[in-house]
Design a binder for this molecule. Structure first.
Ligand code: AMP
Length: 286
């Protein structure tokens, strides 16, 4: 008997909440208990393994899990053979080289001959090696931002999302080393052996993410306003135009970017639309 499919996701840290939310929004039914290591998905042939964010790539590369979600930085750092199925749009951050505010260094080349503290050894070494800048990369297991103050290094390379941790620690960013976000990964052999089921999982997450960014708009308008309104509604494809029972009136339906809705409404009204409805979209497969 073949075992159930396994998806490895983070058990701690900043990727947990958005990952669990995405899986729930995708319609998977499971209990994400505080200390549970494995959750059985009730409506999909899948077990969810909760593991350390840093271990997820190894789990997938070794075939312990067919699928997994973690940060792109950790995939690049591990350098293992895993397939990237889809970027997920959350957990965005930048691996950034920074120096103390009062130091004279302005770019990566200025760090030649100096020490750089980081917990992202491979990415940092690769970045400087590719640019032929000889630096001494000092490994730290966390809290790289205190390394300059402790006299461990002249610069650091660390992950930044808002930049506030750097500011609090008196650091100034000088170069972007790597851009990261959460990513859906697969074991390459599993992708060859079970392409259909892995593809259906990937489509499920993709459709959930696509739906989040869009709204379904419905409105009525006099027939002669159709062209003007269509021009305002690019949507996915062309909007649907449906005749109404009342002669000379039409309904227009369109899928629009969620961020554009509020600026669109006054323009639709000015162009003759009335009775405008804004509806959420559950899933969108394009
Ligand atoms: P964790 O240490 O478990 O919270 O997860 C670290 C992972 O979260 C990193 O490897 C990144 O992929 C991602 N991440 C997103 N934003 C940040 C940030 N501001 N600092 C550190 N990691 C971040």
């Amino acid at each position: 008997m073949t075992r159930r499919l396994r998806l490895a996701i983070p058990n701690k840290g900043r990727l947990v909440e958005p990952t669990v939310q995405l899986l729930k929004d995708a319609g998977l039914v499971f209990e994400a208990g505080e200390r549970a290591l494995v959750a059985r998905v009730q409506n999909f042939d899948l077990d969810i393994l909760f593991v350390r964010t840093n271990d997820i790539v190894e789990f997938i590369a070794d075939g312990v899990a067919e699928l997994g979600i973690t940060g792109l930085d950790l995939v690049a750092e591990a350098g293992r053979d895993v397939a990237q199925l889809r970027l997920l749009g959350y957990g965005r951050c930048r691996l950034t080289a920074a120096v103390p505010n009062d130091s004279p260094y302005k770019c990566a080349a200025d760090l030649a001959g100096l020490r750089v503290a980081t917990s992202h050894m491979s990415l940092t070494k690769r970045y400087f090696a590719e640019r032929n800048i000889a630096v001494d990369v000092v490994p730290v297991s966390g809290a790289a931002e205190v390394a300059p103050r402790l006299g461990l290094a002249e610069a650091i390379v660390d992950l930044v999302s808002t930049g506030s941790t750097m500011v609090v620690n008196g650091l100034r960013p000088i170069e972007e080393v790597f851009e990261s976000e959460a990513v859906l990964l697969a074991n390459p052999a599993a992708l060859r052996d079970k392409p259909a089921v892995l593809a259906s999982f990937e489509t499920m997450l993709g459709a959930t993410l696509a739906a989040r960014d869009r709204k379904y708009l419905m409105m009525n308008a006099p027939e002669e306003k159709a062209e003007e309104l269509e021009a305002l509604l690019p949507g996915l494809e062309s909007p649907s135009v449906i005749p109404l029972a009342r002669k000379g009136m039409i309904a227009i339906h369109a899928v629009v970017e969620a961020d554009a809705v509020w600026s669109l409404l006054p323009r639709l009204k000015a162009a003759g639309a009335s009775g405008i409805l804004i509806l959420p979209i559950e899933k969108l497969v394009s």
